[in-house]
Ligand binder design. Structure first.
Ligand code: 4AD
Ligand code: MG
Length: 478
């Protein structure tokens, strides 16, 4: 039997005129003789030489960019430059042609906007295949890091009855008839008759359930889809995104920050070690793009340098209070250049402020901690000062917030007071409060937005281009 190879394998195989079979998609067909074949295994194509005189004319005519083919032949040292090996084809099978008049992915530059409309085909471009190979490698790195460090992978539920972030931006899950739902005596929808006998939604975070598991398994992490019905049409928001949420018993906020930093650096080092080809390609893509930008908007470092910089430098840790001082006295604030001016302690930070701190002031990733209690979620641990909580956000250049986390409030009475003040009913959180009734302990965790990490590593400006089929307001095609 002739063995099937991938382009990646063949490019690393010594050519000895051995018989090989390769299947893939035609990237380009030159001079009726040279097929550049790609199968997704690597950015590179393998050149297949077909001497058209030896093949059926109709067959040769049907070979065009995008067609799926099988090439059988011998692997030889390449005659041409630019590649070490090529296949001298003696048999060619056309699986499926791609009509040049209608196939949208032609060998020319397409805009990312155009490709978003063709999300089912864009993976056949170099840019998207590089991004998605990196996304895959990063996922593997995430699991590797936690598995090597004593964490257990926990599958938090996707359908949930609790609103972890308390932001109310949830997608409802129901089987009730929207036109004729059962009603209570007060005329409200009677969710007791719904599938789960209560109101349920798609999860905005697996944190609360992860906390329950950390209080038994010690160190856990989730890595799954997360849903937010916020109407944010930005380059950093998706309605469906993937979040990684480690949760650790006996970790305080400092240990939590140490972990976040070590983890992010480790996964970036992993792709630097294992995905050079794709990183180099994306780096060049960015450099080409920058040529069209005014000098002031060009980034200071090429992509791989930016990644190495993060791996090699400590993140700067700054309290919210210090950050507010810096921002209040900053040039853009004094010159009223911020859309949201900073006058007082207590203001929520917008992405313009986060980016100022990271990109202009510190020029490195920053961890902000000890935020005002009233701009953060209910579960964060109250500090002695009574007004700040043990929250931390990791801020990245070009991205803004990449991680949000905290030390959790482990004291029953303090938590009860907090939820009473927010008018949340205790019975809604009964099981969460139970964790404080039975064997409570200091614990912490954080959430990393996976797509934002992929954006950073690939340098892609829009979050819609780092997830296969993005879901955003008014958009769930495919
Ligand atoms: O800051 P967030 O809302 O924190 C939580 O959900 C906590 N429960 C995490 C925890 O402590 N276990 O979200 C965490 C991260 C953000 O920093 C951001 O990177 C990402 O999730 N994120 C989004 N990514 C893409 N699209 C959105 N709409 C996102 N919302 C949050
Ligand atoms: Mg946050």
């Amino acid at each position: 039997m002739i063995k099937r190879f991938s382009v990646k394998e063949l490019l690393n195989t010594e050519p000895k005129e051995q018989e090989v079979v390769l299947e893939g998609w035609v990237k380009a067909f030159r001079s009726n003789r040279f097929i550049a074949l790609n199968d997704g295994s690597t950015l590179k194509n393998l050149q297949c030489v077909v001497d058209y005189e030896n093949f059926d004319e109709e067959l040769i005519k049907s070979i065009s960019t995008g067609a799926a083919v099988k090439v059988e032949g011998s692997l030889i040292a390449s005659q041409g430059r630019g590649q070490a090996v090529e296949i001298q084809a003696n048999k060619l099978t056309l699986y499926g042609k791609a009509d040049a008049d209608t196939y949208p992915i032609q060998p020319k530059k397409h805009s990312l906007e155009f490709l978003r409309e063709k999300a089912h085909l864009r993976i056949r471009t170099n840019t998207f295949s590089a991004v998605m190979r990196l996304r895959s490698a990063l996922s593997f790195a995430v699991h590797s890091y936690f598995q090597q460090n004593g964490f257990y992978y926990m599958h938090a539920p996707i359908i949930t009855g609790s609103d972890a972030e308390g932001a109310g931006e949830m997608f409802r899950v129901t089987t009730l008839d929207p036109k004729d739902p059962p009603l209570t005596e007060n005329g409200e929808v009677n969710f007791k008759e719904d599938f789960f006998g209560k109101e349920t939604n798609l999860t905005v975070s697996g944190q609360l359930e992860a906390e329950a598991y950390a209080m038994g398994l010690g160190k856990v992490y989730t890595f799954g889809p997360t849903f937010r019905a916020e109407n944010s049409n930005t380059s950093r928001h998706l309605a469906e995104f993937w979040m990684i949420e480690p949760e650790m018993a006996f970790y305080d906020l400092d240990a939590n920050m140490d972990l976040a930093e070590d983890f992010i650096r480790w996964v970036i080092q992993y792709v630097l070690d294992n995905c050079q080809e794709d990183i180099q390609f994306l780096e060049q893509r960015l450099l080409d793009e920058e040529k069209h930008k005014p000098q002031a908007e060009r980034s200071e470092m090429p992509l791989s340098e930016k990644l190495k910089f993060v791996v090699n430098n400590n993140f700067k840790r700054v309290s919210y209070t210090e950050a507010i001082d810096i921002l209040r006295n900053s040039k853009p604030n004094k010159k009223k250049k911020f859309e949201f001016g900073i006058d007082e302690w207590g203001a929520d930070l917008q992405s313009e402020h986060e980016r100022y701190l990271v990109e202009k002031h510190f020029k490195c990733p920053v961890i902000l901690f000890d935020y005002p209690a009233n701009i953060k979620a209910f579960y964060m641990r109250l500090n002695e000062d009574g007004k700040t909580v043990r929250a931390m956000d990791v801020l990245f250049p070009g991205i803004g917030e990449i991680v949000g986390g905290s030390q959790r409030e482990e004291r029953l009475e303090v938590l009860q007071k907090k939820i009473a003040a927010l008018d949340i009913e205790e019975k809604e959180l009964w099981w969460y409060l139970d964790l404080r009734r039975f064997g409570t302990a200091v614990h912490s965790g954080f959430g990393l937005g996976f797509e934002r990490l992929v954006q950073f590593v690939t340098g892609m400006g829009n979050i819609r281009d780092v997830i296969p089929f993005p879901r955003t307001p008014q958009n769930a095609e495919f």
